[in-house]
Design a binder for this molecule. Structure first.
Ligand code: SAM
Length: 250
């Protein structure tokens, strides 16, 4: 039997896993960035939207929202959260839109889910084609040479029924384009503990190489430090950044 997958069998845990993420802060940052870059359009797509927590803020603000995700289970949760949005179940490297959009995001390091550099290139080409002139593509990413290969992040949550402990860690073997995301969930109900383990292969990249890929797709690229409280241009040292890729007006 195959092991359970977070984005299908364990999707009901996803919101708990992300309960320490401040989606409102992310949303406010993206909105300020969008305004700073003079992008006024209100058509929005979240790539790898998960359970729709970021998208919900844009929907509440009046954006016409679409969410794309590979997992039907994640989209089912997202649709309950944002009933007015449109949903696309697809691989992020293989989709098209009938109408262009003004803003596309892909946060929580989700571009790394592309299975290869070639798929990432294809994703950037799709995003470029889907954006209206002046549109913005914004996402976060880590540099493969800055992955700590440590115990990662721990997060615990008490609910009336159980206590949940999540551990997420990345491992990069030091060469090549593949890194691994390991997830461990421990749920304690009354006296019993249940354990779920899952690993995903993800594509590992260099920040500088990603910039070149985006430029080859036609984007103008600005790289910022990963800080949702300010705009600070990347100084070339930290391995955790936010890419702002713009499709020029002309
Ligand atoms: C870490 S979650 C991030 C979800 C959301 N962006 C957030 O911030 O909560 C990664 C998401 O990517 C989706 N995903 C994984 N591979 C994908 C692919 N090739 N194309 C589209 N979505 C994918 C998963 O189903 C999952 O919902």
């Amino acid at each position: 039997m195959s092991s359970p997958s977070l984005y299908t069998d364990l999707s009901h845990y996803y919101d708990e896993l992300c309960s320490n993420i401040d989606y409102r802060e992310q949303y406010a940052f993206i909105l300020r960035l969008n305004a700073m870059l003079g992008n006024r359009g209100m058509r929005y797509l979240d790539l790898a939207c998960g359970s729709g927590s970021l998208l919900k803020h844009f929907s509440d603000e009046g954006f016409a929202c679409s969410g794309l995700d590979l997992s039907a289970d994640m989209l089912d949760i997202a649709a309950l959260r944002c009933p007015t949005a449109k949903w696309i179940q697809a691989d992020m490297s293989d989709w098209t839109l009938a109408e262009p959009v003004d803003l596309i995001t892909c946060f929580l390091y989700s571009t790394h889910y592309c299975p290869s550099i070639a798929a990432m290139e294809q994703t950037f080409a799709q995003v470029f084609a889907a954006l209206a002139p002046g549109g913005l593509f914004c996402f976060d990413s880590v540099d493969k040479d800055c992955i700590a290969n440590d115990a990662g992040h721990f997060h615990t949550l008490s609910t009336p029924a159980s206590e949940l402990r999540f551990q997420t860690r990345w491992h990069y073997p030091g060469q090549g384009d593949v890194m691994n995301l390991h997830l461990h969930i421990r749920e304690t109900r009354e006296q019993e503990s249940f354990h779920y383990e899952e690993s995903h292969a993800m594509t590992a990249t260099k920040i500088t190489a990603l910039k070149r890929l985006l430029e080859s797709a036609g984007f103008e690229v600005l790289i910022l430090e990963h800080d949702f409280n300010r705009f600070a241009e990347w100084q070339g040292t930290n391995g955790n950044v936010i890419f702002c890729a713009t499709r020029a007006q002309h």
